[in-house]
Design a protein around this ligand. Structure first.
Ligand code: URA
Ligand code: CA
Length: 441
């Protein structure tokens, strides 16, 4: 088999066989095929696309390129969740304790990652003393006894995807549905998930800028799940503005704690409940949506959900006093109020730009070596649809450096669009894709 022929076949619109896909993934992973040939193939895929069969072969080949975590010693159906990016998305911190308190085993391998804020591990390190390093035995034992554990990613998961994603990133070939879907699904399946709930974001702050492409991505991932025997459901949700009000690690953890106590922002609460609902269904803990919703409301109202967070943080060495009193978390040196000089209604909040402003403050990593400042970030006081008068505070910047705060202030003011007319925000949840089809809401 020759890479040249595979490139030409795809360039001319042909369907690649399982053998051809396995060949290029395996040989590329070990370094036998140069980047320029794979770049050409990715560009051919971008224009000619892949069908569902090719996409599932690609996913399988990427899973098999590295280690596959065996979570079979954990009792029950392991349901994982994944969000396709977005700004200020704290749902994992909310959903994990809710579903764990109801008996869904949560065994999460998380990374630190790059981006506007830290990954789940950075956020959890807001609890002083919290540790993710543990043996696989302890990890499994914690899930079997407490119901939830978060470990650092040490395994060599889907290395083919790592190479391919870096290459796509610099060759303008990221935004192809088959390539995104196989990339995400390969990592989830390699990390041991039996079933997967996806939160696919649509809007200005997401990969998928419009609803149609988000539904298509959701459908493609659900189809991969079916072909690879992993029951998968995709929720399509709005990302035209950041989710919740907090962007930044400690700020988001505080917001997650409030949400688990039933006092969180409406959008974060509703999306977290929706994701939890489908996790309960896929795990078999609930038989239908109504039962799941009832169980989730009860977990929050009874305090079971917040107690589960406490138990989990304690088991991994974290200081739990700040769960009881969120004022005990570290605070930044400065809190700078951002005021608008317009009056009207908030029409848009460019999520990307808010994310970059948080990054400038130090909430995320620009490079792998960057150190995350857990206390800094942005709190959005106004969201789409809110009415404002000139002089009103639209956001608060939490910073440890005044120069950076001033820079973030300019960006935040530019990220907001204020309209004279009343604005009705888009629906947060646009629909659900299951193996039975698409249901728009
Ligand atoms: N996230 C991923 O993990 N892979 C993609 O290709 C795009 C987003
Ligand atoms: Ca929208």
């Amino acid at each position: 088999m020759r890479m040249y022929d595979i490139i030409m076949k795809k360039r001319n619109g042909g369907e690649l066989s399982k053998e051809e896909i396995e060949f290029f993934i395996n040989e590329y992973t070990v370094g036998n095929i140069p980047d320029y040939q794979v770049s050409a193939l990715m560009m051919a895929v971008y224009f000619q696309k892949m069908n569902d069969r090719e996409t599932s072969y690609l996913t399988r080949a990427m899973i098999n390129s590295g280690e596959i975590i065996d979570l079979s010693p954990i009792n029950g159906i392991k349901v994982d969740k994944h969000s396709t990016g977005g700004v200020g998305d704290t749902t994992t911190m909310v959903v994990g304790p809710i579903v764990a308190s109801l008996g869904v085993p949560v065994a999460k391998m998380s990374g630190r990652g790059l981006g506007h804020t830290g990954g789940t591990i950075d956020k959890l390190e807001s609890f002083k003393g919290f540790k993710v390093d543990m043996t696989i035995d302890k990890f499994i034992n914690n899930v079997n006894t407490i119901g939830i554990a978060v470990g650092g990613q040490t395994a060599n998961l889907a290395p083919a995807d790592k190479k391919l994603y870096s290459l796509r990133d610099v060759t303008a070939t990221v935004d192809n549905v088959s390539l995104i879907a196989s990339s995400i699904m390969s990592k989830k399946i390699a990390s041991g998930a039996d079933a997967i709930v996806l939160d696919v974001k649509a809007g200005s702050g997401a990969f998928m800028k419009n609803d149609d492409s988000a539904f298509e991505l959701g459908k493609t991932m659900v189809d991969i799940g079916s072909r690879l025997d992993r029951n998968t459901i995709a929720i399509i949700s709005d990302m035209d503005q950041p989710l919740g009000n907090a962007i930044g690690n400690i700020l988001e953890v505080k917001e997650a704690i409030l949400t688990l106590k039933g006092q969180g922002p409406e959008d974060l609460t509703n999306l977290s409940k929706k994701i939890s609902t489908y996790m309960l269904l896929l795990s078999g803990v609930a038989d239908d949506v109504e039962e799941a919703e009832r169980l989730i409301d009860n977990a929050i109202e009874s305090g079971d959900a917040i107690r589960k967070l406490r138990e989990f943080v304690k088991a991994q060495g974290g200081d739990v006093r700040c769960i009881d009193d969120i004022e005990l978390f570290d605070k930044s040196k400065y809190a700078l109020e951002v005021r608008t000089d317009s009056c009207g209604y908030i029409e848009k909040i460019k999520a990307d730009d808010i994310g970059i402003a948080a990054l400038i403050l130090g909430a995320g990593r620009e490079t792998k070596e960057s150190v995350v400042d857990l206390a800094v970030g942005i709190y959005l006081e106004k969201k789409i649809g809110d009415k404002v008068e000139a002089g009103d505070i639209i956001a608060t910047i939490h910073a440890n450096c005044m120069d950076k705060a001033k820079e973030a202030e300019k960006m935040i003011l530019n990220a907001y669009t204020i309209s004279d007319n009343k604005v009705v925000p888009d629906k947060l949840i646009k629909g659900v894709v299951t193996k039975d089809g698409i249901r728009k809401m």
